[in-house]
Write a protein that binds this ligand. Structure first.
Ligand code: AHR
Length: 509
């Protein structure tokens, strides 16, 4: 078919209640707060702000975190964690040291640390996911942090926590074994072999303290890393019996004005996830093991990634406004497609964290002393977190293809279909990656469709213009007209370069 004519062939998806991918783990609607830029200071934390509570947490940011539907929040890094001493961030605030953060070459005031962050997760109804430093430190400090957080009392570190005001253990279940240890920019960057051993030692020690924790071992920091694939294999050979999840980090951006390839990011992401799953299963096969390692996609987003190495010629500053990305409607469509891709892999993606939550490549931006505004990317994330509940269906898709320079031929239309049994709905997220309107039909075999409950769409009609606070309000989804559903068939015409969410009443027939 022609990619750019005005009569795109119809795209079809077929689902049946008996054919499922799996239940969606709510933890895939996670996010990430790193001590980086204004994520913490003047992000989630700003004492004296008009909305701040007695602990200094900005009420407006906490409210938007809830509205976004955030479940898990990864903390404190990111690159930051690889030179972090967690002890600096606990105890009386006025006694905490100011340190140089080598990862981002900033001054870290340490006014927020582990106990504080746990309190913020309670305030926001989120689950903490803590990363330990395997860059400059090892098993010792990692196990001590687990003791500090999770042991009820009666040991030096658990009593220290209690003396610091947290009588009850924090009960942190999710732990990351370092961050991006394959990246030359990482403090303590090393080989897969060395990291695999480091991670295993840390995992063993941490589990001796608390056997109930779930552990994430570092995969590659990007698919285009030269060590990708071999890194995952070697690290898992060392850690397979000691970890639950393997991390995936994936950032996408439009390069050289190649809009079609950027719009196809979801297809590239899908291929990447499949490769990582295949490698994990190959390690399992070699070990004659039935264990299935699941993925923790604990950094994903659109990011016009310029540098992860800080500029050493600049003076040290206290948390400068780094990675202050502004997003376009095109970015929002791609972000929506990326999150939809994670939902399609519900069988193997257990956790995912949008990187990040506020101010730093984030769906919301604060004004110090002032308000907070939603970026274009906020809306699809909030919509999916709210409605993509239940079970992902194994949709069979028949779509025309879009030729891209970076990713080859990809489906123009990419549907993701979720059965939300509780609401009695089929929830259909569908991306039109092409430049023309596209007819789309869903055949819901084994269902009786009822009324179209809601149909909204995000359209990348702004030719990539990044939106400012003043313009962002226009970036909300608009209603998608003309969606019809009768019997087992739903039909819609999808606007060019769009992502839509359609909810239709459905009962198994
Ligand atoms: O999310 C920003 C940075 O991206 C993180 O600190 C690092 O892990 C990744 O390279």
């Amino acid at each position: 078919m022609s990619d750019h004519d005005d009569t795109l062939a119809i795209a079809r998806a077929t689902v049946h209640p008996a054919f499922t991918v799996g239940p969606i783990d709510r933890r895939i609607f996670g996010s990430f707060v790193e001590h980086l830029g204004r994520a913490v200071d003047t992000g989630i934390y700003e004492p004296g702000h008009p909305t701040a509570d007695a602990n200094g947490w900005r009420g407006d940011v906490a409210a938007l975190t809830r509205e976004l539907g955030t479940t898990v929040v990864r903390y404190p890094g990111g690159n930051f964690v690889s030179n972090y001493r967690w002890e600096d961030g606990v105890g009386p605030r006025d006694e905490r040291p100011r340190r140089i953060d080598l990862a981002w070459r900033s001054i870290e005031p340490n006014q927020v640390g582990t106990d504080d962050f746990i309190r913020w997760t309670r305030l926001t109804g989120t689950e903490p996911m803590l990363a330990v430093n395997l860059g400059t430190r090892g098993a010792d400090a990692a196990a001590e942090l687990v003791e500090y957080c999770n042991v009820a009392g009666g040991t030096a570190l658990s009593e220290q926590r209690r003396a610091n005001g947290a009588d009850e253990p924090h009960g942190v279940r999710l732990w990351c074994l370092g961050n991006e240890m394959d990246g030359p920019w990482q403090i303590g960057h090393t080989t897969a072999d060395e990291y695999g051993q480091r991670a295993r030692h840390a995992a063993q020690a941490m589990r001796r303290v608390d056997p109930t924790i779930e552990l994430v071992v570092c995969g590659s920091s990007a698919r285009d890393m030269p060590t990708f694939g071999e890194w995952e294999r070697v690290v898992l050979e060392h850690t397979f019996d000691h970890v639950d999840h393997l991390s995936v980090h994936a950032y996408y951006q439009e390069r050289n004005g190649d809009r079609a390839s950027f719009l196809a990011s979801g297809a590239a992401f899908e291929a990447f996830l499949t490769e990582v799953i295949t490698i994990a299963d190959a390690v399992a096969a070699r070990r004659h093991s039935d264990k299935r390692i699941t993925l923790s996609v604990d950094e994903w987003n659109v990011w016009y990634l310029d540098a992860v190495e800080p500029d050493a010629t600049l003076p040290l500053r206290e948390r400068p406004d780094l990675l202050a990305e502004r997003y376009s409607m095109l970015d929002a469509v791609v972000v929506a497609d990326l999150l939809s891709t994670l939902i399609r892999h519900a069988d193997r993606v257990a956790i995912a964290c949008l990187a990040q939550l506020v101010n730093v490549i984030a769906p919301m931006v604060t004004i110090p002393g002032g308000g907070v505004w939603k970026q274009t990317t906020f809306h699809p994330i909030a919509l999916l977190a709210r409605h993509a509940r239940g079970t992902t269906l194994d949709a069979r898709v028949d779509s025309p293809t879009l030729a891209t320079a970076a990713h080859g031929d990809v489906p123009v239309i990419q549907p993701t279909v979720v059965h939300n049994a509780e609401a009695g709905e089929l929830v259909i997220a569908v991306t039109n990656r092409g430049a023309t309107p596209a007819p789309f039909t869903l055949h819901a075999l084994g269902y009786e469709l009822g009324e179209v409950v809601d149909a909204v769409t995000l359209i990348a009609d702004d030719r990539g213009a990044r939106r400012s606070a003043a313009e962002a309000a226009d970036g909300v989804p608009v209603s998608l007209d003309g969606v019809t559903a009768t019997g087992q068939e739903l039909s819609a015409t999808l606007p060019p370069e769009s992502w839509s969410l359609i909810r239709v009443a459905a009962r198994a027939s």
